[in-house]
Design a protein around this ligand. Structure first.
Ligand code: SF4
Length: 395
């Protein structure tokens, strides 16, 4: 039977695979003089960029679509893959529609990539985005407001529109609509995963990296309307939360292999930047929207390895997510050599073990092509959870 959602998914897939950024080129043609600003994962304040007339473009590396020839010579061998493929894409000219790049403070690799970028492309804008490490509004909050003002000012010097609170307020509202649409998508996965598989949500959310917010929201709504018409029935898979893939992305085929192994991924941190703020960004009466954007990061930012969490307990947020989504277990899927994910993992595993939640782990790289070992491992995990529950699947 024809799948009512097939055409929408095909569009999303084309956007994800468009490594030469033709969508961004078309956007620039229809917005003469406007800037397209790339950003590395995980999180940057995308509404700020839209408010000053820029197109935010999420850069997720080259995946398995390119051979790394020159990119390798810029980095040591024992780091993750995404910086090499990003440099390779840039040297190939595939990122030429991009006028600048934001490098968020998520790890040393991204910090070094920012420095490399400035040397390689001195004519393009490049900046490090220092995200707050203090969660006091008067300290970390005020600092982040200054940081966002600096970026807006520097981009205005390069042709962006000056920052205007009213426009920023509108951009935040659009971002809230997108977040609400993604939340609906996530809810559908949790409640009726046969109507929306993880691999489909992966495509739909990632496609937003090269779309204006309003267009992305419309794409997700279109999918939801089609997916709700899908016939089908529940599949006897174990329900898992997948963590660790917040920056470098696993190949889509790996996500599919996990689904085929008997693991239904009902929650994940793929493309976390699109979900980094939990719930809407609220602007209080008379409040500067920039302050609201900063406050949302401090108060509603998701627990993740690349975000400092002060005195909170590592793993508590993950256990809560497992409970809320009624998951049976957790898959740790970190990019090879991803320091933030792999340094956090033992603490998260300890919290899960203490809470009696089964878990297993593997590593990937964005360009891997063989999935059979991981598929077998996930299949064995799924069988163990089904047969013996938490005890039988203990690592
Ligand atoms: S995959 Fe991990 S180590 Fe590599 S750039 Fe991303 S956060 Fe940093």
């Amino acid at each position: 039977m024809n799948d009512p959602a097939a055409a929408v998914l095909e569009r999303a897939r084309a956007l994800v695979e468009d490594r030469k950024l033709s969508t961004v080129t078309r956007w620039k043609e229809s917005h003469p003089g406007a800037l397209a600003i790339g950003h590395m994962p995980v999180y940057v304040p995308r509404p700020l960029l839209e408010a000053i007339g820029c197109m935010p473009v999420a850069l997720f590396g080259g995946g398995d679509a390119i051979d790394i020839i020159r990119g390798d010579s810029y980095f040591q061998s024992y780091i993750c893959h995404i910086p090499r493929s990003t440099v390779e894409l840039a040297l190939l000219g595939d990122l030429s529609p991009i006028d600048g790049v934001l490098f968020p403070s998520i790890c040393d690799v991204i910090r070094n990539l920012g420095g490399m970028w400035r040397m390689l492309f001195p004519e393009k804008y490049a900046t490090y985005v220092d995200l707050p490490q203090s969660f006091e509004p008067d300290i970390g909050g005020a600092f982040y407001v200054l940081e966002m003002r600096r970026i807006a000012r520097e981009l205005a010097e390069r042709g962006a529109r000056p920052l205007d609170p009213a426009r920023l307020g509108e951009a935040i509202l659009r971002e809230n609509e997108r977040r609400a649409a993604i939340a609906e998508l996530d809810a559908l996965r949790r409640e009726a995963s046969w109507r929306c598989r993880a691999s489909e949500a992966y495509l739909l959310v990632r496609a937003g990296g090269v779309l204006e917010t309003r267009e992305h929201t419309a794409l997700i709504h279109e999918f939801l309307a089609c997916a709700r018409r899908r016939s089908g029935r529940p599949v006897d898979n174990v329900r898992v939360v997948l963590v660790g893939s917040f920056c470098e992305q696993p190949p889509l085929e790996l996500v599919r292999a996990l689904e085929k192994s008997g693991c239904e991924i009902i929650d994940d941190d793929f493309q976390l930047g699109m979900r980094m703020i939990d719930g809407p960004i609220e602007i209080a009466e008379g409040e500067d929207p920039l302050v609201a954007l900063s406050r949302a990061y401090l108060e509603k930012g998701r627990d993740t390895a690349s975000r400092y969490i002060g005195d909170l307990v590592k793993g508590a947020g993950l256990v809560r997510r497992v409970r809320e989504s009624q998951a049976d277990g957790v898959l740790f899927a970190a990019a090879s050599f991803c320091d933030p994910a792999l340094l956090d993992q033992p603490m998260l595993e300890a919290a899960l073990t203490k809470a009696g939640v089964p878990h297993t782990s593997f590593k990937f790289s964005e360009n891997m092509g063989q999935f059979s070992v991981i598929r077998e491992q996930a299949g064995a995990f799924s069988d163990a959870v089904k047969l013996w529950g938490a005890e039988g699947a203990a690592p």
